[in-house]
Design a protein around this ligand. Sequence first.
Ligand SMILES: Cc1cc2nc3c(=O)[nH]c(=O)nc-3n(C[C@H](O)[C@H](O)[C@H](O)COP(=O)(O)OP(=O)(O)OC[C@H]3O[C@@H](n4cnc5c(N)ncnc54)[C@H](O)[C@@H]3O)c2cc1C
Ligand code: FES
Length: 582
Amino acid sequence: MKLLSVNVSLPKEVPHKGKMVRTGIFKEPVEGRIAARTLNLDGDGQADLVGHGGEMRAVLVYSRENYDYWAKELGRGDFVFGQFGENFTVEGMLDEHIHVGDRFRIGTTLFEVSQPRVPCYKLAMKMRVEGFYARLLKSGRPGFYFRVLEEGEVGAGDEIRLVESDPVGMTVREVSNLLYFEKDNLDGARNALRIKALSPGCVRSFKTRLAKAEVGSKAHEQFRTLLVTQKVPESENITSFYLVPEDANPLDPFLPGQFLPLKLDIPGQYQPILRTYSLSDAPQKDYYRLTIKRECAPPNQPDAYPGVSSTYLHDQVEVGAKLLAKAPRGRFVLDPEGEAPVVLLSAGVGLTPLISMLNAIVESGSQRPTWFIHGSRNGRVHAMGERVREIARAHDNIHVHIRYSRPTAEDVIGRDYDDRGHVDAAVVRQLIPEANRVCDFYLCGPTPFLKSLFDGLLEWGVPEHRIHYEFFGPASALKDRERVSGPKRRAGALECCEEIEVTFSRSGVTANWNPSLESILDLAEAHGLSPDYSCRSGVCHTCVSDLQEGEVEYVLEPLDLPDPGSVLICCSKPKTNVVVDV
Ligand SMILES: Cc1cc2nc3c(=O)[nH]c(=O)nc-3n(C[C@H](O)[C@H](O)[C@H](O)COP(=O)(O)OP(=O)(O)OC[C@H]3O[C@@H](n4cnc5c(N)ncnc54)[C@H](O)[C@@H]3O)c2cc1C
Ligand code: FES
């Protein structure tokens, strides 16, 4: 094995599709010997430290044999060393032979293979081949990263000596295929997690995949009894409940952002009450934490009853009480495989799933840049403020901004909150001017807050797929603009080859069922309708609709089946042609 060329470059701006892109991918060979340091080679740099670079990805390696393959495959003869953005062009180190975790001595430096390459669009730009990164992955020739275990010097022409072969013996190609193409291969993921040298980013991906699979497999299980072990006031009207299983079995796993369905037997209620509460701490603990706001009567209807479940939980559920819960569920989850910076935006008690995400990021050791931006009325009702600030003080990648709409005389700016007013897209723009280009957004709070942020972020140019949100109440037409009205028509945009037809009778829309969608609710939304929903998981019955004709099947078992003749459209799909009153 031999080091043929050492290639470096500092980031520079280059034109791409009408925009300027900052990139360090245009590497050029250097002569003589060069220092290899923990973070990179001397004279080298990466523009996007989220996707590239850092201790685990200090040096990118690609082999000359792959050059031959691509020259033939692309019919090109213009390649020069550094062509694939690699730092080391090597010979004799094939992706199908090198193991993640193998250690090599080159010159005076000791290297360890930390993970396969994670290519991005900049490689396609450099190669001038549209979508090249996908072809690279499919070819099984991704290349790999070295971490520097002992700093030293290297130079073109150095011999590469295998010092230690990783005992797990998974090749770069195998791990890359597992990451990208074999998402159902859970044994493979378990095996990869045995590689001690595997980078934390890959470890997180595989662990999350396993957790997701486990969560999915539990979603249909029956109610189980949980014991309240602690009840902690978080503000004047918000209280946390810590729950452990009554039996000796472990808790069902969950993903940050998911919620727990509860069935509450409340004295005076003629039937059990179903409610959902987000899990407010990071997963992988031996307890669940729910953080619940006491819902009073609406200000304009002071004589109405206060919230039945939240009042019961606050006033009557004490340490030692038993609660019935199903396994956690919900689709509002932090994309755990993502490494893009995240902005967590909440108002009021909407902070609960976002606190879980924040804690999960911190506890996993992820260096993902994270902004926690929260709006509250004032310090009396603001929950977990000091805890969030402590987290930000202890972690350079975590940034916090708190706004109070009506601070009291006791609230101190700079200590309890950062500014006066509401949280909206303008605040995000001001705090993180680049966020619309690079960040993923997670939103939770009252409907006006969600609507203003959702619209504001879209207007700012944030792609819709990067905005994730959760409603605690009915989702009243977040996407009002797309609401369809008018005469009966057949929707065309998303029609598919499936023979089954779904008619939304009240809206006059008929659409062919598209099996790539998860539910009738998804189909309705894909055709511009905005039926009400809340949990999207068969818990709350907000989406219940009359089933006027045909048969459906549930893709997620509802907590309680609706009355005959009705259907929960958030978790069902058609078995025959159906007509629903939407
Ligand atoms: C996915 C999801 C996650 C959630 N996570 C959380 C969480 O982490 N923390 C949290 O606190 N909540 C959360 N919620 C909200 C929670 O599920 C409940 O909706 C909330 O606690 C209110 O339930 P309740 O039974 O107390 O109130 P309800 O009895 O349902 O009443 C709701 C409101 O209506 C008012 N009301 C009742 N009757 C009348 C009437 N006749 N006329 C006028 N007004 C009336 C009540 O005063 C109250 O203000 C979540 C909801 C969802 C869907
Ligand atoms: S939206 Fe809650 S059951 Fe469908």
